[in-house]
Design a protein around this ligand. Structure first.
Ligand code: ADP
Ligand code: MG
Length: 614
């Protein structure tokens, strides 16, 4: 039994509000990013359409959040600073049907208790606004000010009066990263609101247009390439469950080493629910190497009675009714989206409608029909049983090629058209190009379709890797060096990435503040948008994965960018060169990302499809 200090327990008192707020701040305001989260929620609850976030020194010296929401009158603003003052709940029943992000009435008083806080606010109806200054929870000054409609909250010197908390904060860059993460979550959760985040007074590092389109929000957060690689979930509902699910998941070849790009919302609230995240990752099954996570933006709409949001002081978790069944629903929706991705099959079975033509632009309503996706090489899937034995040479990943294994038995879904061994390259006569996407050839009784992009990717990839090994990669200087701003990245991280990219022919200088100046690029047949390619390359070159993995990804991306695209018209000569070069590669059947390069149809199979049995 614990022994109490009698003196200490002798007098029990009710703590005063000031102390209560400071204690509550310990729970609600764990770090600068928690302040941002609470203030963003308040702005969103106030109906804001534009929200600007400014921060300095990891959010500790300054956080300023400006919104164009409905604002507050002076008395409301003063009331908002007192504990459990909220405009969002009135009765106990309201607690069972929470439609706002905030409801506890704790955030403002908690933040005010541990900082120097300033509120400037003006409701729509009023002529002027109010400015309130609070230091460590005590109101110092209230006076009228001229200001625009909406609210600005400035938080200075966070934790100045709680030195223990201050000491537990991580480095400035870590705290900044948490804030970026928080704003990212808000952007994806609220595509109809425009957000801007700027650090240290520089140009915004995150900026969303607030068009209401999730696609635009995803472009703002992930960049255009990743956004285009996202597959829509067909909205799903279960007749017996109080849930519906919707959102986007990435094509399996677009994945991350951490769960950072995994975003899950329950009734518009970003939450961490490992069980659901796991269910989604499991749906990728063999299509994601172990330890990799998909990019995902998923929304669960739950009946109010089925979700308890009042279980976590920072509202990071929620409690759900029958979570395992919801996980099943979500998993099934993801599987569907992924198999839709793989569905555009090679030959349509008799009588079925043709697959739609790929639309020119990405349409959020349905997944873009893209090339069928093949499982990654077995070497990347150590978690699968009954893999064919791999020759010993393939287990030493000293060069990217060694990690690729011979063609493995294909799953039934992909059996049609994919050759089991190789093509008869020697005997192949080229018939021409179709759909400005495929080169068609015939040899003996076999008809071949070659995807011009994946084929070229394969050729360039092997060439580049080989040249790099011989240190014979040719580069070309840029007439005008291209500047790329990447203020979100730490300098050390950038320098590592630049060292890697230099190997691939992209020579750059790193300047302070995260500015890169690109001086040379590898010699390529087609023009590239250096700035865009650099951004995507940096994405691949940074991160926590092992260096070989990053090097490999950069190599794949460089060949992808330099390769001819679907839509490029090829001359006869170009087709011949492409097929000849492809025939010489070590693995002509798949592109470096694992997609098929070549499909093959036998005369017999065609005859069968035409029901010719003579
Ligand atoms: P809660 O959000 O749980 O109600 P808070 O302490 O975060 O509690 O905010 C208290 C009250 O202050 C809110 O209920 C709201 O009425 C008002 N308020 C806070 N921030 C804003 C804002 N940006 N715009 C308008 N009203 C706000
Ligand atoms: Mg709030």
């Amino acid at each position: 039994m614990a022994r109490y200090n009698r003196e200490a327990v002798a007098t029990i008192r009710v703590l005063d509000d000031h102390l209560i707020n400071k204690i509550a701040a310990g729970e609600v305001v764990a770090r600068p990013a928690s302040v941002v989260k609470e203030l963003l929620e308040n702005s969103l609850d106030a109906g804001a359409r534009r929200i600007e976030i400014e921060m300095e020194s990891g959010g500790v010296s300054l956080l300023r959040i400006t919104d164009d929401g409905h604002g507050m009158a002076e008395d409301e603003a003063l009331l908002a600073l007192s504990r459990h003052a909220t405009s969002k709940l009135a009765t106990e029943q309201d607690l069972d049907d929470i439609r706002t992000l905030g409801f506890r009435g704790e955030a403002l008083p908690s933040i005010a208790a541990v900082s120097r806080l300033e509120i400037r606010t003006r409701p729509r109806a009023a002529q002027g606004g109010t400015r309130i200054a609070v230091v460590g929870g005590k109101v110092h000054e209230t006076r009228p000010v001229g200001t625009t409609v909406g609210t600005t909250i400035v938080v200075r010197e966070l934790f100045f009066n709680t030195p223990a908390r201050l000491k537990f904060l991580r480095s400035e860059s870590t705290e900044t990263r948490h804030i970026i993460e928080t704003v990212t979550e808000a952007i994806l959760g609220h595509p109809g609101v425009s957000f801007k985040l700027s650090v240290e007074g520089r140009a915004p590092i995150l900026s969303s247009p607030g068009t209401g389109k999730l696609f635009d929000a995803m472009v703002a957060v992930f960049g255009p390439a990743t956004a285009r690689a996202m597959l829509a979930l067909a909205p799903r509902q279960h007749p017996e469950l109080p849930y519906s699910v919707s959102g986007y998941v990435s094509r399996p070849d677009v994945n991350r080493a951490t769960r950072n790009a995994f975003h899950l919302y329950v009734n518009g609230r970003p939450v961490q629910l490992p069980q659901l995240a796991r269910a989604v990752a499991d749906s990728y099954h063999a299509y994601l190497p172990r330890g990799r996570w998909p990019v995902a933006v998923l929304f669960v709409q739950a009946a109010a009675w089925a979700v308890d949001v009042n279980v976590h002081p920072q509202k990071l978790e929620v409690r759900l009714h029958q979570p395992e069944r919801l996980a099943g629903l979500l998993g099934a929706a993801v599987k569907d989206a992924l198999s839709g991705e793989r569905r555009p099959e090679t030959v349509q079975p008799a009588g079925s409608p043709r697959a739609p033509e790929p639309p020119a632009e990405w349409t959020p309503a349905r997944p873009r029909p893209v090339l069928p996706y093949l499982p990654p090489p077995a070497a990347m899937r150590p978690n699968l049983v009954s893999q064919p034995a791999t020759p010993a040479t393939h287990s030493t990943p000293s060069s990217p090629f060694d990690s690729e294994d011979p063609i493995e038995p294909l799953q039934p879904l992909f059996s049609r058209g994919v050759p089991a061994t190789g093509a008869d390259w020697e005997g192949m006569a080229l018939l021409g190009q179709v759909f400005r996407t495929f080169v068609v050839g015939v040899a003996g009784d076999q008809l071949y379709f070659i995807d011009q992009h994946t084929a070229h990717e394969r050729v360039l990839y092997e060439e580049n890797v080989e040249k790099m090994a011989r240190r014979a990669l040719e580069t070309q200087p840029l007439l005008l060096p291209v500047t790329v701003e990447c203020p979100r990245r730490a300098e050390k991280e950038l320098e590592d990435a630049v060292a890697l990219l230099t190997l691939h022919g992209f020579e750059c200088d790193v300047f302070s503040g995260g500015t890169l100046v690109v001086k040379t690029v590898p010699v390529m047949e087609r023009g590239i948008d250096v700035r865009e390619v650099m951004r995507e390359l940096l994405e691949e070159a940074t991160g926590s994965g092992p260096i070989e993995e990053r090097r490999e990804k950069v190599a794949r991306m460089v060949s992808c960018k330099a390769a001819v695209k679907s839509g490029d018209t090829l001359s006869e000569m170009e087709m011949k060169t492409l097929v000849r070069d492809l025939a010489r590669t070590k693995n002509p059947l798949r592109c470096p990302h694992g997609r098929p390069v070549l499909l093959q149809f036998g005369q017999d199979e065609l005859k069968k499809l035409f029901e010719r049995n003579w």
